[in-house]
Design a protein around this ligand. Structure first.
Ligand code: F6P
Length: 554
């Protein structure tokens, strides 16, 4: 599907960017009374507003044309049909099949993948019900009521985000089980999670597609040792473990019973695996119905993504804006500010999704890209961010595109506070766009301090100026529940894919993470033995020597 041209933007896009030079967002709104309606889209009671981004409706039209030139419709079809679009690993990319609502078979290398997905879903549902009902018993015959999920990256971030976003307050948890997540190899992480837990009633879920990830295996072995110290070693401990993996052999070698090993297929990328049995902690913590609703919400976005024309397709249009900001505007950062405490883990989830997908520097054919690819993504919930990094957003020296994500209807009786939350989100986007002029600042200073010498007043005014013209997108969703959260995550998955297609890169491998893992081996050996790391640079040798001196005082 790749067209011969390089992935660099067409001349038309460059011309649209040049036409923007010197024009502020305020001026763009003044020049086009229909700007908001042209640069926003409503879909399924969502409203996405990118009219405060630094582009014109003509530029959007050119982006849609560029998407057609880059064969985006064909790429979308290839994604859903199981073509091996993960070129460097020779795999299909079928996280969409995991949430397919129909039982229509889907063939990969001649074998249907839907039936095995349904079988795995049935096992997830049964296991979650057993645990929630106190029917899964441990080595001592007592129900396993506390779950500790061990995994990292895509084997952790998705279920952790959903559990945190949807889990009912502790008092309302009903018959759900407590689920804690441990990802870091830092022993403090597991120690904190195990504090106060009774080994006799604790179940560990080991989630690892490869079952080779060092952090997860280290935590798994530490967990088993913790159990053995209390319950004694031996086969009965197997009742305290479930594995979710693509490496059945390694899980059995660890000592997990075959019946307690749930699959992850190789056509599911780690950062796209929430919809696979990796989502088991969600079904345990929130119930199967909530997990099914999450899948259904994602499936509704899939249908929209497959069927809507590019110019009326929400993930496509948002992906085009992402591409414009990354490649044409060259913004090096992208801020995600969810105005919902329940979405506090969303920025971390989106970091892996977007940066492991599009944080790359070669095209699909291996040639170097000829421009910026994914910007850094970070953020944290509003309104707290307004008291932390928003100063930088308003008066700093670099420009970052901000994404406000606002569930409108709250699940709480505190109506006034929800209105305050939303008013702040809309006000921040407005402030970023319009800024505060020097004249406005002067008038403010004059009102605040009557008798100030002119030179001092001018300095005070200058410190209050906000340049404005700072871009943002506002995503309003009706409320935050399982279905809407599934829609939100799928929306970001597909817009990330759209951006990758236009950048000309493979969004589904992550070779960049391998080097650090390989280099950690000899350094770990040196720290264990107290000698210098082999074949290391002077800095690494010096650092290791300092560490050894601290952990082995003479
Ligand atoms: O970060 C690299 C990575 O391979 C991710 O893509 C993946 O989600 C994570 O490590 C965990 O991998 P596994 O599920 O195989 O333990």
């Amino acid at each position: 599907m790749d067209t011969p041209q390089s992935a660099s933007p067409t001349l038309a896009l460059e011309e649209h960017r040049a036409a923007l030079a010197g024009r502020t967002l305020i001026e763009l709104f003044a020049a086009d009374a229909d700007r908001f309606s042209r640069l926003s889209l409503s879909w399924d009671h969502w409203l996405a507003d990118w009219s405060k981004q630094r582009l014109t409706s003509q530029a959007m039209d050119a982006l849609v044309a560029y998407a057609h030139e880059r064969n985006l419709p064909a790429w979308i079809s290839a994604l859903f049909s199981g073509e091996k679009i993960n070129l460097s690993e020779g795999r299909p990319v079928l996280h969409t099949a995991l949430r397919q609502q129909e039982d229509t078979p889907l063939l990969v290398d001649g074998s249907d993948v839907i039936a095995p997905i349904r079988a795995a879903q049935a096992r997830v549902r049964t296991l979650a019900a057993q645990i929630r009902g106190g029917l899964r018993l441990g080595a001592t015959g007592r129900p396993l009521r506390h779950v500790v999920a061990l995994g990292i990256g895509g084997s952790d971030l998705g279920p952790k985000l959903v559990c945190d976003a949807l889990s009912p307050p502790r008092s309302d948890r009903g018959d759900g089980a407590d689920v804690a997540f441990v990802s870091n190899v830092d022993p403090e992480h597991l120690t904190r999670a195990l504090a106060g837990l009774d080994p006799a009633t604790t179940l560990f879920i080991i989630t690892s597609k490869t079952f080779t990830t060092s952090e997860t295996l280290a935590n798994a072995h530490a967990a088993r040792a913790w159990l053995a110290r209390a319950l004694g070693a031996g086969g009965a401990l197997a009742a305290h473990f479930v594995a979710i993996t693509g490496n059945d052999e390694a899980a059995r070698a660890f000592g997990i019973a075959g019946a307690d090993i749930l699959p992850i297929w190789d056509w599911v990328g780690g950062r796209y695996s929430l919809w696979s049995p990796v989502g088991l902690p969600v079904a345990i913590r929130c119930g199967w119905d909530a997990y099914a609703e999450l899948l259904a919400g994602a499936a509704s976005v899939d249908a929209h993504f497959r069927e809507a024309p590019l110019e009326a397709n929400l993930p496509v249009l948002l992906g085009l804006v992402d591409f414009w900001n990354a490649r044409l505007m060259g913004y090096p950062q992208r801020i995600v500010a969810p105005y919902a405490e329940a979405l506090k883990l969303l920025p971390s989830y989106l970091q892996q999704l977007t940066l492991e997908s599009n944080g790359k520097s070669v095209l699909r054919d291996g040639s170097p890209v000829d421009g910026p690819t994914a910007p850094a993504l970070w953020g944290s919930p509003g309104t707290d961010g307004q008291h932390a990094y928003f100063q930088w957003l308003h008066q700093g020296t670099s420009t970052a595109a901000v994404e406000f994500i606002v569930p409108v209807r709250a699940a709480h009786p505190l109506g006034e506070q929800q209105s305050m939350l939303i008013a702040n989100a809309l006000a921040q986007a407005q402030a970023l766009m319009r800024g505060k002029s020097l004249d406005e600042a002067r008038a403010e200073v004059a009102r605040a301090a009557k008798e100030v010498p002119r030179a001092a007043a001018e300095a005070l005014a200058a410190s209050r100026v906000c340049p404005g013209n700072r871009p943002s997108t506002m995503l309003l969703l009706p409320e935050l529940n399982s279905r809407r959260l599934g829609q939100l995550i799928a929306l970001f998955e597909h817009r990330t894919f759209v951006e990758g297609v236009l950048l000309g890169i493979n969004s589904f491998d992550q070779w960049g993470v391998e080097l650090g893992k390989a280099l950690a081996g000899p350094i770990l050996a040196a720290l264990k033995s107290g000698v210098e790391p082999a074949d290391a640079d002077a800095s690494t040798r010096g650092l290791a020597a300092h560490v050894n001196a601290l952990i082995r005082p003479r």
